[in-house]
Design a protein around this ligand. Structure first.
Ligand SMILES: CCCCCCCCCC/C=C/CC(=O)SCCNC(=O)CCNC(=O)[C@H](O)C(C)(C)COP(=O)(O)OP(=O)(O)OC[C@H]1O[C@@H](n2cnc3c(N)ncnc32)[C@H](O)[C@@H]1OP(=O)(O)O
Length: 396
């Protein structure tokens, strides 16, 4: 079960599937304390399938795949369903595991299943409690943290173990957070990241969750989501500040053109590798970047994927000011707290005077960029790049 299937199985824990111990989706992941030497009866098997919640420790995805395959073989016999498509990574890994059992008799599969869970129970002290994976930053829970203090609402991307990559749920949650911040008492709104990265852009596993309508439907709904998401930044009524605490990639870079202030640590980099990913610019960057830095510098970034250092980005006008990493947080927050004491209505109105003339144009550009991306997502260039990343063959 090594190799690609094993690596793809890791997606199970990365948000493409939910809890590693989620028994409703993994009926095979059940624990039974039956002795390996005994012949497993149907009752033993049923007990095993009912006891998986007692497993305290996640057995790991390779074991889960084995259990899944044995469960299917024991209950349904040899693999009898069509092979899932190449982009349906998770179901394909499961199918491969089941299919690999060939014509193994049901009874042997049942016995092996019970044996396997029995050996797991020996290494995983059983307990009545099921604890959710502690390190899981599930969308809709703690992947986004919003705080409000000293006149500042701060939206923090909080998936440091995934470099703050944006899941579909996080796009929705950020939109909700912006909506709330636009109406709360705060004078300023900040977007920042927790951990060593600001944000690694779109979570590439977003591509694996293919709905019944297929990849076309996925691309269509993705384009709607993207357009809605960027619209919120275009329309945000208060001063919006990016506190860029580390490297930034993809959409987290392009939307910076819609922020009013961008403060960056000198450790930050700014990278938009769209061509490498078979994609095209979003976040209105096809308009804001040439306007900010001139068409030729914008082309280096958006077409050739040139990665800028924080100082280069500041020279190009994308970043407002760069701070030494050692004093970044302290200096930035002292500054922002002082700004937040300024009269909020005056700040809001001044922002609108600066931005409103462009709004209509920005909405039109956003719509166009989203449409173009919808087609790009269906291209071989894009699919190959995503498959490459997901099978750990490539990163930026
Ligand atoms: C049709 C689908 C539509 C979906 C809906 C879309 C809605 C809007 C889309 C808007 C479009 C935006 C375009 C973009 O943002 S393009 C940019 C995409 N980002 C990337 O390509 C970055 C990929 N990541 C990397 O290259 C590297 O991880 C890194 C950022 C350079 C960091 O490298 P480093 O070696 O330091 O760290 P690791 O690679 O070990 O990363 C730690 C773990 O984090 C996972 N990771 C990081 N970034 C992402 C990501 N963008 N997507 C998914 N996972 C990511 C990485 O796999 C590691 O996970 P692991 O520990 O489980 O191995």
């Amino acid at each position: 079960m090594a190799g690609v299937a094993g690596r793809l199985a890791r997606l199970w824990c990365s948000g493409a599937l939910s809890s590693p111990l989620q028994v409703t989706r993994f009926p095979a992941l059940q624990l039974h304390l039956c002795g390996p030497a005994m012949r497993a009866s149907q009752k033993d098997f049923e007990n095993a399938t009912n006891q998986v919640k007692l497993l305290k420790k996640d057995p790991g995805n390779e074991v889960k795949l084995k259990l899944y395959a044995l469960y299917k073989q024991a209950t349904e016999g040899p693999c009898n369903v069509p092979k899932p498509g190449v982009l349906d990574f998770i179901n394909k890994a499961k199918w491969d595991a089941w299919n690999a059992l060939g014509s193994l008799p049901k009874e042997t599969a049942r016995h092996n299943y019970v044996d396997l869970v029995s050996s797991l129970s020996a290494s995983s002290e059983s307990s009545i409690q099921v604890t959710p994976a502690a390190d899981r930053k599930q969308p809709g829970s703690d992947a986004l943290v919003v705080t409000s203090q000293d006149g500042i609402t701060t939206i923090t991307l909080n998936r440091p173990d995934k470099k703050n990559a944006l899941t579909t749920q996080m796009y929705h949650d950020i939109m909700l957070a912006l909506e709330a911040a636009s109406k709360d008492d705060s004078a300023i709104t900040v977007l920042t990241g927790n951990g060593d990265y600001y944000c690694s852009g779109n979570d590439l596993t977003n591509f694996t969750d293919i709905p019944p309508g297929g990849v076309e439907e996925k691309a269509r709904s993705g384009a709607v989501l993207l357009r809605d998401f960027v619209d919120r930044f275009i329309d945000f009524p208060k001063p919006l500040v990016a506190v860029v605490n580390g490297p930034a990639v993809g959409i987290s870079v392009t939307i910076l053109g819609l922020f009013d202030i961008v403060y960056a640590t000198d450790r930050a980099t700014f990278h938009t590798p769209f061509s490498h990913l078979g994609q095209s610019p979003e976040g209105c960057s096809s308009y804001t970047f040439p306007k900010i830095m001139g068409p030729s510098k914008a082309t280096e970034m958006l077409v050739f994927g040139k990665k800028l250092t924080a100082r280069e980005a500041c020279t190009q006008g994308l970043v407002t000011e760069v701070f030494p990493d050692s004093t970044f947080q302290k200096e930035v927050w002292v500054r922002l707290k002082a700004y937040s004491k300024l009269p909020p209505n005056a700040m809001r109105i001044s922002k609108q005077v600066i931005r409103n003339t462009e709004k209509e144009k920005l909405h039109a550009i956003n719509a166009e960029e989203s449409n173009i991306l919808r087609e790009r997502w269906l291209s071989d260039e894009c699919m190959n790049a995503v498959v490459s990343f997901l099978s750990k063959k490539a990163k930026l």
